[in-house]
Write a protein that binds this ligand. Structure first.
Ligand SMILES: [Zn+2]
Length: 191
């Protein structure tokens, strides 16, 4: 899988990210980057649990069709699938890259997780590439209800416990790629 390549300097990335988030919000008034980032830790732990449990229904609603197929063939998430999700928690999450392109919106988020080993703590960062088709709108649905099946839901879950629909502001976004490394490069953004 092609490594994610991004400018290494936060000062170089910040204006590009700000401009792209602004453009995304311009075409989708319901989009709020901060809410999305706030919901990432729950999505992350629900995703880890879905991987550990082989929960195809949830993963089908969250991964891009390509990534879902790779996962089914055992070619994605080998490392994450063996980690015990109950021993892992998210310390911080942030947007490290954003693009508002003609075909799709694309966000790269960095998720710092801490995992409890036998007698040590390790703190790996995971990078998630989230995509959605151009023109997509944020439609979280009615508060406290799953927009697909109408079952009660709440803010502490990011998938409907009844029908596995993706909930919240990440609904509509798909995970295209999950990496534990980024190929950081010096200098201005290359498009
Ligand atoms: Zn539902």
């Amino acid at each position: 899988m092609a490594r994610l390549r991004l400018p290494s300097s936060p000062e170089v990335r910040a204006p590009v990210v700000a401009r792209a988030l602004h453009a995304i919000a311009g075409s989708d008034p319901g989009f709020d980057g901060e809410t999305l980032v706030r919901e990432l830790p729950i999505r992350f732990s629900d995703c880890s649990r879905a991987l550990a449990n082989g929960d195809a229904d949830r993963l089908r609603n969250w991964l891009t069709p390509d990534l879902f197929e790779q996962w089914q063939r055992g070619q994605a998430f080998q490392g994450s699938a063996t980690a015990d999700p109950s021993d892992m928690w998210v310390e911080d999450a942030r947007v490290v890259w954003a693009e508002h392109g003609p075909a799709e919106d694309r966000l790269v988020v960095g998720i710092d997780c801490v995992s409890q080993g036998e007698d040590s703590l390790s703190a790996p960062t995971q990078y998630w590439v989230l995509v959605r088709a151009a023109g997509s709108k944020t439609q979280p649905g009615p508060a406290g209800r799953c927009p697909d099946c109408g079952a009660p839901s709440n803010d502490s879950v990011s998938f409907c416990p009844y029908c596995s629909a993706a909930l919240g502001s990440l609904r509509g976004w798909r995970l295209q790629e999950a990496d534990d490394e980024v190929d950081w490069y010096e200098g201005p953004p290359l498009f």
